[in-house]
Write a protein that binds this ligand. Structure first.
Ligand code: GRF
Length: 206
């Protein structure tokens, strides 16, 4: 067990990406252990998902902290106390401060529901539909100081159809999210990720 990658997963909502990570761990395709799930939303359904699998959960309510920095300091304390190797943002709707980035350099991943650098920020699927692109998708990337600007690890494209709504497109993209997020984490676990500047290379052999 000692060599399993230790994950801390931050959520705010449904937690379907959390679920896909749990499922991949349980079926053995992801060699990791979720040490802690942290939610800034006490109502997040992801909390129920984590508890069902016996994963410890902490709720940190935004309003209980003076500011973002205090909130992030508490995040760091909890993540470090749990010896977390890699921080996974899975639908976490709160800004990460430089203090947290410094505490986990190149060790914070995020998934975004668009093909970055197109359509960063919130409502990536809606932005793509309104722009009229024919392809959209999702991106797993390392987190840096910007909004969805960090080095890209994996992307997957899906077609956008004329009759798509935000919901149908989001559902098609989510299927890909559930495939590539555990894959990116497994690459990290295997030490296959090499970062040079803003470019990520997945080493084919170690
Ligand atoms: C996903 O679309 C993800 O790309 C975005 O937030 C959503 C989270 O969904 N960052 P879930 O909570 O994992 O179901």
């Amino acid at each position: 067990m000692a060599d399993l990658l230790k994950l801390g997963i931050l959520i705010s909502g449904n937690g379907s990406n959390l679920q896909s990570i749990i499922d991949n761990i349980e079926k053995g395709s992801l060699k990791a252990i979720i040490k802690i799930v942290i939610s800034n939303n006490p109502e997040a359904y992801g909390i129920t998902r984590a508890k069902k699998h016996g994963i410890p959960v902490v709720v940190l309510k935004n309003g209980d902290f003076k500011n973002k920095e205090e909130f992030n300091l508490e995040l760091i304390r909890i993540l470090k106390n749990n010896y977390v190797d890699l921080v996974i943002l899975a639908g976490f709707m709160r800004i990460i401060t430089p203090t947290l980035l410094k505490a986990f350099p190149h060790k914070i991943m995020n998934i975004h529901p668009a093909l970055l650098p197109s359509f960063p920020g919130i409502h990536g699927q809606k932005q793509a539909l309104e722009y009229g692109v024919k392809l959209s998708g999702c991106t797993v990337h390392f987190v840096d100081e910007g909004v969805d600007t960090g080095p890209i690890i994996i992307q997957s494209a899906v077609q956008v159809f004329d009759d798509d709504t935000e919901e149908t497109l989001a559902a098609r993209i989510l299927e890909e999210e559930h495939r590539i997020y555990p894959q990116a984490i497994q690459f990290f676990a295997e030490g296959k990720i090499e970062i040079k500047g803003r470019k990520v290379r997945i080493k084919t052999e170690k």
